[in-house]
Design a protein around this ligand. Sequence first.
Ligand SMILES: CC(C)(COP(=O)(O)OP(=O)(O)OC[C@H]1O[C@@H](n2cnc3c(N)ncnc32)[C@H](O)[C@@H]1OP(=O)(O)O)[C@@H](O)C(=O)NCCC(=O)NCCS
Length: 219
Amino acid sequence: MSGMTPLTESRSRHDGHPSQRALEVRCVTGSAVAAVLHDIARLRAVVLQAWPDLHDGDASAERARLEPCARAWRSIAVLVMDGDQIVGAALGLPLEDDHGAIRQAFDLAGRDAATAFVLAGSVLLPAYRGRQLGHRFFSERENHARSLGGFETTVFASTERDDIDPRRPPFGRSNEAFWRRRGYTRSLALPLGPPAGPESGEFPPARQVAWTRPLERGY
Ligand SMILES: CC(C)(COP(=O)(O)OP(=O)(O)OC[C@H]1O[C@@H](n2cnc3c(N)ncnc32)[C@H](O)[C@@H]1OP(=O)(O)O)[C@@H](O)C(=O)NCCC(=O)NCCS
């Protein structure tokens, strides 16, 4: 029998695949967010080229969108690390420190920006999905907002596109059911208008929709 490899020692052809690897979730806050902004912007530039965001892959534009998170002392970045590589990231900051469409909608609606904490996007490379990290992104940011105190609502913006848009993937998966399970509802009282950035006039225009959830309800 010597010289034979026992079956129990055989290696799976999936060994080394991202879905098999141990990942670390790391949270950085406030001024420490600046140090990871460049890597997060590059990751977003890759992931958000997909439907429905259809960003143009420009990392410097992504970085500019994230700058408020680097300046806000109460911001958070939740990072998914595969070794020393950032393979997923989600950001959050007080709405008071943000000056984008959500802030404008709050101001126009006469709502107090100091009561809201913004979830400023989450991205995870496709090979790492389906491991509950999307849930973790929400929980870490909601817990951070709760621990800061003074916030009544968490809010984020999603990009929506027309059903008849020919770029819609045939088997695409929407995040809506996931967001609803997390307690979020579409807030039509906070109209956000079109997303920032260039859009091709050839296709139906995209729109941004605000989703909100009262923070005091635990998950
Ligand atoms: C959003 C994102 C970060 C979530 O990551 P994820 O690994 O899929 O998250 P989870 O494993 O926690 O799954 C979250 C939910 O997604 C759904 N989901 C996960 N994998 C799915 C699949 N293969 N098919 C259909 N739905 C799936 C499930 O509803 C799941 O919720 P449940 O566990 O209560 O059933 C990731 O999909 C992503 O980067 N998407 C592209 C960017 C994006 O859309 N970002 C959000 C707006 S900025």
